[in-house]
Design a protein around this ligand. Structure first.
Ligand code: 0L1
Ligand code: MG
Length: 256
């Protein structure tokens, strides 16, 4: 099967909400590079005048998630404008098995590129930081995949809900942010910014290192979702999900 065919199968699973068998069942030798190519093909096919590329997301940024998939490096996915929710609401039946996790997102106002940069190389390009809820939804049966599978599936990217308030990158130490993720008022998960590779800025360093292999970087205006501070929580119709970031505020997502 060609990489184009795999890209089509993933896009079809998303459109029909019929999960597919992971690619590595039939193609166990699928490489990480081939998987990124599948991601690129499938995501480029979604681009239109109304759905444009807005940035990147990092996934598998916590040790717990990496252990789950048996890897020691994070992955990236592509974000497009149609993923950016206009209201803090999703319809559960629009997805296969949606989950929600709490993150922080950086918006850049200057281009930055290169492998193995330091935090200092990056901070001057960050315009602002937003609190973020990410909705993820694997297009694979049982949310089960290997590393190449999940890369091909655009790192399970689905939707994003950002805080209305933009914070200065220097407002606080983003590794010290504590988040409580509540489901219908019940505290379900706890997280700390340090869960994201020690500090969310390290997630950007990893992203830039991965992008540098392809001669790419982050451009002005682009958004980077840095990775789960909390683990992801499975949601269903009727749920109200709240991420409480303490003094920074709260984000709420209604699941209809
Ligand atoms: O945003 C994420 O960390 C998801 C990365 C892919 C793994 C998953 O779907 O849980
Ligand atoms: Mg995430």
């Amino acid at each position: 099967m060609s990489l184009f065919t795999y890209a089509e199968r993933i896009a079809n699973a998303q459109a029909t909400k019929e999960p597919i068998e992971k690619i590595t069942i039939t193609n166990p030798t699928l490489t990480v590079d081939q998987a990124y190519e599948i991601q690129k093909i499938s995501m480029e096919q979604t681009l239109t005048a109304e759905n444009h590329f807005i940035g990147w997301k990092m996934g598998l940024t916590s040790v717990a998630k990496q252990q789950q998939v048996g890897v020691d490096s994070p992955i990236y996915g592509r974000l497009t404008s149609s993923m950016n929710l206009r209201r803090n609401e999703i319809i559960a039946s629009d997805y296969i098995h949606p989950r929600v996790e709490a993150e922080v997102a950086f918006v850049f106002n200057k281009a930055v590129s290169g492998a193995n940069l330091t935090p200092l190389d990056i901070w001057s390009s960050v315009e602002s930081v937003y609190l973020a809820l990410e909705v993820i939804d694997s297009r694979y049966q049982n949310f089960s995949f290997t590393l190449p599978d999940v890369i091909a599936d655009n790192a399970s990217s689905t939707k994003i809900w950002l805080s209305a308030q933009a914070f200065s990158p220097y407002a606080l130490d983003w590794s010290a942010v504590n988040v409580v993720l509540k489901q219908n008022g019940e505290e379900k998960l706890y997280g700390n910014g340090a869960a994201v590779l020690g500090h969310p800025i390290h997630s950007v360093i990893e992203l830039l290192t991965l992008l540098a292999k392809e001669g790419r970087g982050i451009l002005p205006g682009q958004l980077v979702l840095t990775g789960g501070i909390t683990d992801a929580i499975a949601v269903q119709a009727g749920d109200v999900i709240e991420a409480d970031y303490g003094q920074l505020g709260k984000l709420t997502l209604f699941v209809k």
